[in-house]
Design a protein around this ligand. Structure first.
Ligand code: MSP
Length: 659
């Protein structure tokens, strides 16, 4: 029986599109999930969205939507971004899911009935973005001590949780489980700043807004968003307060690790364990609070138009390059920095120069000297041993770093393997061996050793760069190596590499790309600078209706001429000087295409990015506003000229045929 491994991310607020910082966490957790699967664990990986609270209610109101409509839209955007960057979750929970809401109500009731929650009243200062109440003395310069923003005076009748009742037990749990909080430095912070001064009772209901899970026995109140959100980790796998737990819960709980950001460690290492103790549920084994990915050169802000989003990065550099960047940009105990320039630099140095170059040189030489055939020539020299030792030791080094959640260090071990292999090329000089017929077998061995090194390194790299690893395996013509034998050198017998290797990571021309990026930022800046009066003005779209007349019957063969496929929008922008046109970049299976579509008055680029749409893919290309359009997005149009795009009823791969 394989051991289970249950891991979770924090669930993201559905207050807006997540930036690359939030997306980092999903990629980080994904790399852990994939590595554990590779090691043979029976992994269950849960992520999702945190959808209640005042902030979301306000955002929904501002956008003229009901809260549910609003969160449905944002949850979709978040899920699509997670999918775009390859997050291999087993479960995507939403706190508006019915089963979750029901359990939260039952949990609240149970805690009330057993006396852990009581009714009282609260007078204090409320920070809307943090959904937190503060006492006068907790404020810093009159502002929220967590985020530094303005707070509002507020008083309400509310339910409270008796936190202090469990403080000693929690402290004891910390002592008996030194591995519970990672990094360890955070444990002292929790003990010294919160537990030792004495835990305050926690306000666990709100009555000043509506968008939350109602307390079923007192519906004026909604459950505090953190009590609601934290329980996702058990409701998502089938916990039931009455004891009718799902098999899945019995198998998976306690969680092996909650992966969260450093700002919410307190919620996960104080409130959450205490709620669980009160419910009589075992505590999670570990909470890992990672650092933050910050924008280099200043805060990301929508008004500056400089917020970096994962989908933009994927559009420019591809999914694996983005995964690689964020995973390696983050040292464990610190924050990391992200900028467009830094991504370009990393792709060019590590991925193009070190890894890509090694793979392309090795395949090219195998083709040039042996018609693509690779097998061991069995002529060994001393220099081989050093390479082999580095390669064979890598698996265990990577695993040790992963056990400590030092992802950047784990990847560094693999890149070092590739660096060592590049050095081996310089040391053995295959081009010189090729000139001497008597060295043919030695040359075979050199290329064999290089190929083995690539296969092992690539197998270890797959959890981080899954697409690239599969591509390399295909180009070399081997299965990647199972974890159990990823420390064994020399398992390949005879293989034939591809004649036409694909360039894995082309060197990026920084200047050219930055011109495009800056143009994109400028455009976004302009958009948010629109004056409020202008924004309010409701403009009727001035599109002409399409031809709505009934058409003549056609043969099925006529319809069969039209090729319709599902296209994933990976980027989208307005076409300059045009009110109607949007330029979309879409992924249709293996292909990326540009499509110009006259839907700018109905959809903003942000509404389309990440969406899967129906598209005609075999129309002859045409030029619109100077841009070559390579397809047509299919839309429905009613008699008033309202337009809606068509999207598959459930998630299906882009490139899928529509019949
Ligand atoms: N909804 C709460 C979590 C509830 S978990 C029961 C929340 N949501 S969030 O959307 O604000 O953040 C989601 C996660 O992203 C958190 O773990 C947070 O720390 C993390 N990050 C937010 N900004 C980040 C960066 N700039 N960099 C890295 N992680 C970031 O908090």
């Amino acid at each position: 029986m394989k051991d289970k491994f249950y891991l979770t991310t924090a669930i993201a607020y559905t207050s807006g599109k997540p930036h690359i910082g939030n997306t980092y966490e999903a990629i980080l957790a994904d790399s852990v999930a994939r590595f554990k699967r590779y090691q043979g664990y029976d992994v269950f990986f849960q992520t999702g969205t945190d959808e209640h609270g005042q902030k979301i209610e306000e955002k929904a109101q501002a956008s003229g939507k009901t809260p549910k409509e609003f969160v449905d839209g944002v949850a979709d955007v978040i899920k699509n971004i997670w999918d775009l960057v390859g997050v291999s979750y087993d479960k995507f929970i939403r706190t508006t899911d019915e089963y979750h809401e029901k359990q939260v109500q039952k949990i609240f009731k149970k805690l009330y009935e057993q006396g852990d929650i009581y009714k009282g009243s609260y007078e204090g200062w409320y920070c809307t973005p943090c959904e937190s109440f503060w006492t006068e003395s907790q404020l810093v310069d009159g502002k929220c001590p967590d985020c530094g923003r303005e707070v509002k005076k507020s008083s309400e009748e509310a339910y409270f949780f008796k936190m202090s009742k469990y403080a000693d037990r929690l402290m004891q749990y910390y002592d008996e489980h030194p591995e519970f909080i990672l990094p360890v430095s955070r444990k002292n912070e929790m003990v010294n700043n919160f537990l030792k001064p004495g835990l305050q009772d926690l306000c666990v209901s709100r009555s000043t807004f509506k968008w939350g899970i109602p307390v079923d026995f007192d519906p004026k109140h909604v459950v505090y968003v953190w009590l609601d959100a934290l329980t996702n980790y058990i409701t998502g796998i089938g916990y039931d307060v009455d004891g009718n737990n799902d098999e899945k819960y019995n198998k998976l709980w306690p969680a092996d690790v909650h992966i969260i950001g450093k700002d919410i460690i307190r919620f996960h290492t104080i409130y959450w364990p205490i709620f669980l103790m009160a419910l009589g549920v075992p505590l999670p084994k570990k909470v890992y609070g990672h650092g933050w990915l910050l924008q280099d050169g200043g805060k990301m802000s929508k008004s500056k138009g400089n917020v970096i989003y994962a989908d933009d990065l994927v559009n420019f550099f591809g999914r694996d390059a983005v995964r690689y960047f964020v995973l390696t940009a983050m040292p464990q105990d610190n924050d990391g920095l992200v900028s467009w320039e830094a991504v370009i630099e990393t792709v060019n140095s590590d991925l193009a120069n070190v890894y890509g170059n090694l793979v392309s040189r090795t395949i090219a030489m195998s083709n040039k000297y042996f018609g693509g055939e690779v097998c061991d020539g069995k002529v060994y020299e001393e220099v081989d041993a050093e390479l082999k030792n580095v390669v064979k030791a890598t698996r265990d080094k990577v695993a040790a770093k992963m056990d400590e959640y030092k992802i950047a260090d784990a990847i560094e071990e693999i890149i070092n393997l590739f660096r060592r292999a590049n050095k081996y090329i310089d040391e053995t000089m295959p081009w010189a061996l090729a000139k001497d017929e008597s060295k043919k077998d030695r040359l075979k061995t050199v290329l064999y050793n290089l190929t083995e090194s690539i296969v092992i390194g690539t197998s270890l790299l797959k959890p981080y760069l899954p697409d690239t690893a599969n591509k390399v395996a295909e180009m070399i013509g081997v299965e990647l190596r199972e974890y159990e034998v990823a420390d064994k050198f020399g398992l390949i017998e005879k293989i034939k590499v591809t004649e036409k290797p694909e360039i894995l990571f082309a060197r990026i021309d920084a200047e050219k790309v930055m011109d495009k990026v800056n143009a994109m930022i400028e455009e976004r800046k302009e958009k948010v600078e629109v004056k409020p009066e202008e924004k309010k003005e409701e403009k009727k779209p001035d599109v002409k209706l399409h031809d709505h007349s009934e058409k003549e019957p056609i043969e099925i063969d006529d319809f069969a001429k039209v090729q319709l496929k599902i296209a994933l929008v990976t980027a989208c922008e307005k076409v300059e000087k045009s009110k109607k046109l949007l330029k979309l970049t879409v992924k249709v299976g293996e292909e990326t295409r540009t499509v110009v579509s006259g839907i700018a008055q109905f959809y903003s680029p942000e509404q389309l990015i990440g969406k899967k749409l129906a598209m005609i893919t075999n129309l002859k290309p045409c030029k619109l506003c100077g841009i070559v359009s390579e397809g047509m997005i299919v839309c429905a149009e009613d008699n008033d000229g309202n337009i809606a795009y068509l999207t598959p009823e459930k998630d299906i791969a882009d490139g899928s045929q529509i019949f």
